[in-house]
Write a protein that binds this ligand. Structure first.
Ligand SMILES: *Cc1c(COP(=O)(O)O)cnc(C)c1O
Length: 464
């Protein structure tokens, strides 16, 4: 039997993949017809595929490879840890050095007053933890009715039953009986698509005040928490108007509502700060972390708790945890990732040098005739595709038709840029150089030109 490795022809790997591997968020029959792109290696910001293409990864994998690909230090730490202690759990009054060191490092990096971490292996698991945790918190405080969690439409908080319910993706809710009871969704602060004639500032306030309305409707005594991404990621990099977050913080303070910042994407330098909460100026009670925590080199996530939340939860046995909570190898690798992000000044340099350059270049894409707004916070950027920027028009073709065309042209031009509906988004590794940013923008522009020609040729250049 031949070993399945990169040495097999692409078509053979694709056939085997289609025969036996079910992909996330994919129509399997379509994939089987086209064949998956086979990634064989990566270095820095660049992927290599089985056909020998060198592809600029402007998405850092799935928003996670903040440190860039190919850092052998992380591999060495993993090998050492696997040899010394590949696994032990942290149930039953046991612990180990990697999880202690990682917890301490996170407490140092996190905003003041957030000093304790409960671990998981992913963002979804961590948000599932948060659902049980905030409800248990209020029960312990003698307010067992405070159970409802308010979230937002088009938020992404994960794919498990609990976290998928927290999220506001209607396509996910439609499958498998979501959402679970006790989750309430309000509208997102997406001015471009939903702002109508309002100014962004007024619209931001209006959307924040929906939280207050929901709390009053549901009754403050029934609401446990509000969860949100400081900047929505998977929803299309929705940058809220500046009025939004201060008003949300005011409302959470006024009514006793815990604020959960889902930092799975925004954390670890992505916004130009260590945490997105710092970029938007909020004081969360809980932060969900994953993705950039290990730069994707190992699966690990968690919840960083405020001292007050930790104290209340700590006074009882919280019957919750995962076999791999605080996994020693994942912890050691995450710690090494944080050490490099910190000691090599990756986050610092990104925030002060790279992000301003990226912003200038990225915002230039707004001059393209098919682009409306171009918004970017640190390393999370998004452009809105439109046939008429002035009126913020949508295309007449079903949402995502044009976005998909642009994405296909990006792929053809060896650039990974994702589309969410008719928005194109980027989230490159934080180690991206100025030259690579120039390449990114050039390839994006070319892809937009090509897609626009195609849109016109196919008679799709028409506003809804
Ligand atoms: C990716 C993501 C999650 C889910 O993380 P997984 O590791 O895929 O389970 C949760 N919240 C946000 C904001 C995310 O982007």
């Amino acid at each position: 039997m031949t070993k399945i490795s990169n040495h097999l022809p692409t078509a053979e790997l694709q056939a085997l993949d289609a025969a036996h591997h079910v992909h996330p968020f994919t129509t399997q029959t379509e994939l089987a017809e086209r064949g998956a792109r086979v990634i064989t290696g990566a270095q820095g910001c660049w992927l290599t595929d089985s056909e020998g293409h060198s592809i600029l990864d402007a998405m850092a994998g799935l928003w996670c490879v903040n440190i860039g690909y190919g850092r052998t230090e992380l591999a060495e730490v993993a090998a050492r840890q696997m040899t010394e202690l590949p696994y032990y759990n942290t149930f039953f009054m046991t612990t180990h050095a990697p999880v202690i060191a990682l917890s301490k490092k996170l407490a140092e990096l996190a905003p003041e007053g957030l000093n304790k971490v409960m671990f998981a292996s992913s963002g979804s698991e961590a948000n599932d933890t948060n659902i049980r945790l905030v409800r248990t918190y209020w029960a312990e405080k003698g307010k067992p009715e405070k159970q409802t969690i308010i979230s937002r439409w088009n938020a992404y908080h994960g794919s498990s039953v609990g976290s998928g319910s927290l999220g506001g993706m209607k396509g996910m809710h439609m499958q498998g009986g979501l959402p679970i009871p006790g989750i309430h969704h309000i509208d997102q602060p997406d001015w471009w698509s939903e702002g109508g004639d309002m100014s962004p500032e007024d619209f931001g306030l209006e959307r924040a005040q929906q939280l207050e309305k929901a709390i009053l409707e549901l009754g403050e005594e029934n609401v446990a928490a509000f969860i949100a991404e400081p900047v929505q990621g998977a929803g299309g990099v929705i940058v809220p108007p500046e009025t939004y977050w201060p008003e949300i913080q005011r409302i959470c303070d006024k009514y006793e509502i815990l604020l959960i910042a889902d930092e799975v994407i925004c954390g670890f330098g992505r916004t130009g700060h260590w945490f997105g909460s710092q970029a938007v100026g909020i004081r969360p009670d809980i932060m969900t972390i994953a993705k950039g925590l290990s730069s994707g080199y190992q699966p690990i996530g968690g919840s960083i708790l405020s001292d007050e939340v930790a104290e209340v939860i700590g006074a009882t046995e919280f019957n919750h945890g995962y076999t791999y909570s605080g996994h020693p190898v994942a912890s050691a690798v995450a710690l090494e990732n944080l050490r490099i992000l910190d000691e090599e000044g990756v986050v610092e340099t990104f925030g002060s040098v790279t992000a301003p350059y990226l912003k200038e270049k990225f915002e230039g894409l707004a001059r393209h005739p098919m682009v409306g707004e171009a918004k970017i916070v640190g390393g999370m950027g998004s452009i809105a595709l439109t046939p008429d920027a002035e009126s913020r028009a949508k295309f007449k073709a079903p949402g995502g038709t044009v976005g998909y065309m642009v994405r296909e042209r990006c792929f053809a031009n060896n650039l990974v840029m994702r589309h969410v509906g008719d928005r194109m988004i980027i989230s490159p590794p934080l180690v991206i150089s100025k030259e690579e940013i120039d390449t990114l923008i050039e390839r994006a522009w070319t892809s937009l030109d090509e897609a626009m020609a195609q849109v016109k040729a196919e008679g799709l250049w028409e506003a809804a």
